[in-house]
Write a protein that binds this ligand. Structure first.
Ligand code: FPP
Ligand code: MG
Length: 283
């Protein structure tokens, strides 16, 4: 069984319900703030690390549901830059969990490719331990041709940091004459970010804040907050979120276009990101 996509978590009845929900509009990108792992650990008197590990298991179930629903992009908030302020023990446990899961992903790469999952880790990767940086970069490079489901993991991430990094790339673009000040508009900023706009954002555990997650991207996103703790999230919670989206979504927007200068800048930005990943794999 694959670690990253749980194959055994959908019954026939659930598949039938998925089919019914699929007769309506399915969000093309869902973002999750996976909150409540420590409260779950407390509720069941288990270690905090067990709560986070159960949180990962829930992510792999959620990916199975999203594949069945035909959702092509999922973004999850797995570790905020603020989370570095948690106890050393918890930060180490979370880094070890990530090491374990990324290593498993590299070991079971054939299975991941079969599912067509492309992995992207968004955040200030330089803040991560060097060995984890190398694993993450490898995982991104080896899955980059998959196109069924793009999984973005926000790690060492905050929305404000992502916007600052995009601003710094744009400043470099102007300094090196690839762009002029007139080329800078909201569309260029959007495309210089690592993450694209989600159509639906789900936060579990009853908290109703964005906690510095995808701040630029959520301007038109449908928000859905639920009391359930992330490790206890079920397919029924997900279907309820999608039905909420079907009731509240705005009509689809037309694609915007870029000028030649903007396109050249964005192409170069993508190439430089790829080169950085290749360097990172060397450790
Ligand atoms: C929030 O719950 C959750 C986290 C800070 C970590 C989320 C991480 C995972 C689900 C594992 C993902 C791992 C990989 C490799 C993708 P909390 O700790 O804030 O819990 P609380 O709100 O109850 O205190
Ligand atoms: Mg929390």
């Amino acid at each position: 069984m694959s670690t990253w996509v749980n194959e055994h978590c959908v019954s026939f009845f659930q598949l039938f319900c998925i089919r019914v929900v699929k007769t309506g509009r399915i969000p093309q990108h869902i973002a999750f703030i996976m909150d409540g792992n420590r409260r779950y650990a407390k509720k069941y008197s288990v270690k905090c690390a067990t709560g986070h590990s159960k949180g990962f298991d829930k992510l792999s179930e959620t990916l199975r549901w999203c594949l069945d629903l035909g959702v092509p992009e999922v973004t999850v908030y797995a570790f905020s830059i603020e989370n570095f302020k948690r106890s050393e023990e918890e930060v180490n446990d979370l880094m070890d969990l990530a090491r374990d899961k990324f290593q498993k992903l590299l070991n079971e790469i054939d299975q991941i490719n079969e599912w067509g999952v492309r992995l992207h880790v968004a955040g200030r990767l330089s803040m991560l331990p060097k060995d984890l940086q190398a694993m993450v970069a490898k995982a991104m490079l080896v899955t980059r041709h998959n196109n069924k489901l793009r999984l973005n993991i926000a790690y060492a991430y905050t929305g404000r940091d992502e916007i600052s990094r995009a601003a710094s790339h744009i400043v470099d673009g102007v300094a090196s004459d690839q762009l002029t000040a007139d080329d800078i508009d909201a569309h260029l900023v959007s495309q210089s970010l690592e993450l694209t706009e989600p159509e639906l954002l789900v936060r579990t555990s009853g908290e109703v804040r964005l906690s510095d997650f995808m701040l630029w991207q959520v301007s038109n996103t449908v928000l859905y907050f639920t009391e359930v703790l992330w490790p206890e999230f079920t397919i029924w919670n997900l279907l309820a979120a999608i039905i909420h989206f079907q009731r509240h979504a705005l009509p689809l927007k037309l694609e915007e276009t870029f000028s030649e200068t903007q396109k050249n800048f964005l192409d170069k930005l993508e190439i430089s990101r790829l080169q950085q990943l290749e360097k990172m794999t060397l450790g």
